[in-house]
Design a binder for this molecule. Structure first.
Ligand code: G6P
Length: 366
């Protein structure tokens, strides 16, 4: 067991430390002449140039990766995109047909609701492209095209490196769908930035681990947490909250920061800290004013922000700094920090993060 964990106390930590290599594997073979290229999609030919709309289908952490993709493909490729959790999509009558592409995301490739969603989508005439980590999985066999994220086996129940791999592949996929609409120069710049991420991850992991451990020591005894974010950081708020509740059993919810005033802010007081995802992007000023609103209720605020951001550091109680990147890449860069914070809180509370109660790695019941 100890040997399998490669010297780490838990698989979860080992898998977070594998993320630089995971990113490399996810990107390899997907860039040709500085532009994104998906050989897997060649057989879909015409279908991809004539996309009317995209619908994303997924559960759990994969759904959060899907939220990032949905926003990105709209922003970048100008394609109308919807998203639903698979267990809702199955029972909803979304009109789909020719010209519609469904992107189904499932790490395991076996999630029952996602599989049934795929079957329903194909019956209605849409084409299904699935993104999975498991070669030969049921979902891979039942889709029109499959993109493997190549993350290698993930043992920890809470998804970590597979989320990072999903995000990297989905950003490249979104960029490839934008090739007809955008100046190739703009796309190759983004691709170039994505290619640099494994090195960025390598250079920050040890300090991320140390910062998150320090923060976890300060906050592990709270019973509630509110994660907030806007734009590309909203999915990060959801994923950060999910990681924390999955393995530390602390009640955590993720909210769009602008929604706080419509209800959740009533919960906040000195016993209810806020975890604000606030990178240097066009929504930062709005986030800062949301943070002020929460501070006025005596809530402690932990921020995860871009490095050397004095404005944020003045406004919050504690912070973690992440490297500066372009807005759509923040969900990727934030991931290891959110995972490490949850990991260290779980460990501080005396739980085994690899085997959270009541959860399974792959859910094949409906
Ligand atoms: C389970 C796992 C989650 C995962 C979800 C979706 O609930 O515990 O970590 O995100 O299933 O799994 P999938 O394999 O479809 O991505």
């Amino acid at each position: 067991d100890a040997a399998e964990k490669g010297g780490y106390p838990h698989f979860m930590l080992k898998e977070i430390y594998e993320e630089p290599q995971t990113l490399r594997n996810a990107i390899t073979g997907r860039i040709k002449s500085k532009l994104p290229h998906f050989r897997e999609l060649e057989k879909m030919g015409e279908d991809l140039t004539k996309i009317k709309g995209i619908t994303v289908l997924a559960c759990g952490t994969s759904y959060h990766a899907g939220l990032v993709f949905q926003r990105f493909v709209q922003d970048y490729a100008g394609i109308r995109a919807e998203i639903d959790v698979a267990s809702e999509f199955r029972y909803r009558n979304l009109p789909l047909g020719e010209g519609d592409v469904v992107i189904a995301i499932s790490q395991s490739g076996e999630t029952a609701d996602t599989l049934e969603g795929i079957r329903k989508a194909r019956q209605s005439g849409a084409k299904v492209v699935s993104l999975t980590n498991v070669v030969g999985s049921t979902i891979s066999r039942e889709s029109d095209a499959v993109i493997y994220i190549n993350a290698g086996p993930e043992i920890g129940v809470a998804a970590t490196k597979t989320y990072v791999a999903q995000l990297a592949v989905l950003l490249l996929l979104g960029a490839s769908l934008a090739l007809n609409k955008r100046n190739p120069e703009v796309i190759s710049q983004l691709v170039n930035e994505i290619e640099g991420l494994p090195t960025v991850f390598e250079s920050v992991l040890a300090s991320a681990d140390e910062q998150c451990q320090r923060l976890a020591r300060e906050y592990y005894q709270f019973r509630h947490f509110m994660y907030i974010g806007r734009g590309y950081s909203y999915p990060s708020a959801l994923e950060g909250a999910l990681k924390l509740k999955e393995i530390s059993y602390i009640h955590a919810s993720g909210y769009q920061a602008g929604e706080l005033k419509h209800g959740p802010i009533a919960l906040l007081d000195r016993d209810f800290p806020v975890f604000a995802i606030i990178p240097e992007d066009e929504l930062k000023a709005k986030m800062l004013s949301n943070i002020m609103e929460t501070r006025a209720r005596d809530a402690k605020v932990v921020a995860i922000c871009s490095e050397s951001d004095r404005e944020v550091s003045r406004a919050v109680n504690s912070r973690i700094e992440v490297p500066k990147v372009s807005a759509p890449l923040y969900p990727l860069v934030m991931s290891p920090y959110l995972q490490l914070f949850a990991y260290h809180v779980a460990v501080a509370r005396g739980y085994d993060p690899d085997r959270p109660r009541n959860l399974a790695k792959s859910v094949t019941v409906e």
